[in-house]
Design a protein around this ligand. Structure first.
Ligand code: ZN
Ligand code: ZN
Length: 169
């Protein structure tokens, strides 16, 4: 029982690593970007192609649950992955993207950091140069801003410079 609980908690933590890698290398990769792209573009549709990732991940977790009838410890792993999915939905789809009927902007603490970190993920155009691919763990916002500035191409930096020049005028 204790061991099962430890596996559930380890799976929640492990899923953050999996989500980071999938987001960075698959969703922002050449093929995966086709589905993730509309999540990075402004629109007024209720659903995005990007939601298909959630459908695929749910199908995988259901398969792992079913497999757990014969193989231990697939069931505690699937429970951990489900918990991660719920936390992911609350932080990413709810808190940051407000796909629920109320607005709550966290003002302090770790939730604030997660909120700002994901907004910084959306600060770049296109699939390259983005920062903060995780969802339930985020480095300090200062560090992300530094990475963002360091990753900008000279063209983008020039564009930023000229737009700030314009505002200065
Ligand atoms: Zn992304
Ligand atoms: Zn997002």
């Amino acid at each position: 029982m204790i061991l099962d609980l430890a596996i559930v908690l380890a799976s929640v933590a492990g899923m953050e690593g999996v989500a980071y890698l999938v987001h960075r290398h698959v969703m922002h990769g050449g093929l995966g970007w086709r589905l993730h792209r509309d999540h990075h573009e402004a629109h007024d549709h209720a659903f995005e192609r990007n939601d298909l990732y959630a459908v695929v991940f749910t199908a995988i977790v259901i398969a792992v649950f079913v497999g757990g009838n014969w193989i231990w410890p697939l069931q505690p792993i699937a429970i951990g992955a489900t918990l991660y999915g719920v936390l992911y939905f609350i932080v990413h789809d709810g808190l940051v993207h407000q796909r629920w009927p109320f607005r709550h902007v966290p003002r302090k603490g770790y939730l604030r950091r997660l909120y700002q970190a994901h907004l910084l993920h959306h600060a770049t155009e296109g699939r390259e140069g983005a920062v903060s691919y995780g969802f339930l763990y985020a480095p300090p916002v200062k560090e992300l801003k530094r990475q963002l500035a360091a990753g900008r191409s000279p063209v983008q930096q020039g564009r930023d410079q000229s737009s700030s020049d314009r505002t200065a005028c």
